[in-house]
Design a protein around this ligand. Sequence first.
Ligand SMILES: N[C@@H](CCC(=O)N[C@@H](CS)C(=O)NCC(=O)O)C(=O)O
Length: 222
Amino acid sequence: MKLYEWDFAPNCRRVRMYLIEKGIEVEREECITPDIILKEGFRDQYVHEMVPMLELDDGTQIGEGLAIWHYFETLHPEPPLMGTTALEKAMISAWERRAYDGGMVAHGEILRNSHPALVDRGLPGYREPIPQIPDLIDRGKTRVASFHKKFNDQLAENKFVAGDHFSVADITTICVVDMGHALEMQIPESAPHVKRWYDELQERESVQKSKATHMPDGSQLG
Ligand SMILES: N[C@@H](CCC(=O)N[C@@H](CS)C(=O)NCC(=O)O)C(=O)O
């Protein structure tokens, strides 16, 4: 099997971090060009034109980070990252989706509607031009502020995002917060519990080892 990805893309990091937590090694192929566009060969190969995408040895393509997690979680249930009881599974799923919709997509609205390399690429996964909409930048910022408030309240009461255990809800939330850092948006002072949780997670091997190492043009990061 092979995992197609972009090293610096937060959605790809969601899968990388998960695999490190599980101790699973998968061959990876970087499919970005220096212009931050998916390689033509990959676009022809995968109709949905987004990374991450896991291709199995029989050619089956699994897109969407969430679906890739489900695939591995079924095959490798230990350590559980998506819950074991009905309630844990529900709570992890709810908080992971809140992190994705309210955090990842909100930051994405800011990035995709402002970055010069993404002109006419306001959304991923389209060949036809999708114009940038500058009004979505401010809307994204409003949503990011709401994300920090909501997650601060949750982390005031919980060690991890969805309760007592590290889970995929933490994985997506870390990727969201670090996407904010890449956009020069720090954790606000009004969110000290998010900061406490973020600082504690820095000791985790998966958090460190899943970080991007290079930019689309190949230049090294950090
Ligand atoms: N819903 C997808 C989102 C994937 C996504 O947005 N991927 C971005 C990179 S983070 C992408 O493929 N962008 C391609 C492009 O901009 O052309 C998931 O959760 O995996």
